[in-house]
Design a protein around this ligand. Sequence first.
Ligand code: NAD
Ligand code: TYD
Length: 340
Amino acid sequence: MTTILVTGAAGFIGANFVYYLLKNRPNLRVVGFDALTYAGNLETLADAMQSPNFRFVRGDITDAAAVAQVFSEEAIDAVVNFAAESHVDRSIEDPQIFLKTNILGVQVLLDACRANGNVRYHQVSTDEVYGDLPLDRPDLFFTEETPIHTSSPYSASKAAADLLVLAYFRTFGVPVTISRCSNNYGPYHFPEKLIPLMIANALEDKPLPVYGDGLNVRDWLYVEDHCKAILAILEKGRLGEVYNVGGHNERTNLEVVKTVLRLLGKGEESITYVRDRPGHDRRYAIDPTKIRSELGWFPETTFEAGMEKTVQWYLANRPWWEHIRSGEYQAYYEKMYGNR
Ligand code: NAD
Ligand code: TYD
């Protein structure tokens, strides 16, 4: 492989993956492609822009002409697709854009792969396609065989995309893989998601809004571990296969919020219980046996070490999240939390 197209490169995980590639595969050319929606941020890619191995193209994955253009300009060997609408709460407010970007966008990318001689394609998916697990059955985990059983418009759109990706493998022979990852955290995480929102609110001495009883469980993965897993799948994964990525870092939301407060040296009086999310998934938990046994991947960063690094990053990069929170995001925050 010499050139990789990273779609959604200006978002949280896409940007981390760009940096991971530039550092660990210095001979690769990396083309970042992103529509720069509210979640895309070119400031995040400022350092990558300095690298001769990186090029940024602004474009929408649902725009077949824009996608064809980048394929005609670059000799693309593989596509790694991070581009998506990614926030569950937004999908409950307005599902349509989720169907457009997350499903039709994937169809456009897959068609471009076909049209260019069956280019290698990796779809970055989510454990949310499996629905949720009950809190009183800690013995249960998602495997790749767990039936698809989605809860939100977001997870339904990601599941539809996964099925489409596998259909293009079976019907057209496009060389695909899919990773289904648990909740990520780390640098450049958009501050509408739990961990960065809590860090930013705590630093600004604002209330920390915990949905429902705060006992929902997520399986947290440090973003760099996710990037490492995707590269392993891209380079060594079996075509047509799904790999679950995550593993045994389960925490309740309350535990996560209290960890943030402890690391910032703040008291817990700012925790505020707010109305629950409709259809709120109770527990996600990944069984990573397949990726560990086939590809030798395992999460290297413990939750404690990853949270320490993450909090330090948000302390050291205040302008990055302050710019985001001072703009359009303010109207979003008022809409979502104004009278919750
Ligand atoms: P994000 O919202 O931070 O970034 C998404 C990026 O996609 C943004 O830069 C945005 O501008 C871009 N984008 C949106 N619509 C686009 C379009 N039509 N054309 C081109 N670019 C577009 O999301 P993230 O957290 O980095 O997630 C990346 C991928 O990983 C998503 O597919 C998501 O479903 C998946 N995922 C995320 C997590 C997580 O915890 N964040 C966990 C598992 C899977
Ligand atoms: P989120 O970061 O939106 O990820 P996902 O819904 O994809 O897992 O939320 C993580 C958990 O945190 C989820 O159970 C919802 C909860 N949550 C809150 O309690 N308060 C908040 O303000 C947010 C954004 C999330």
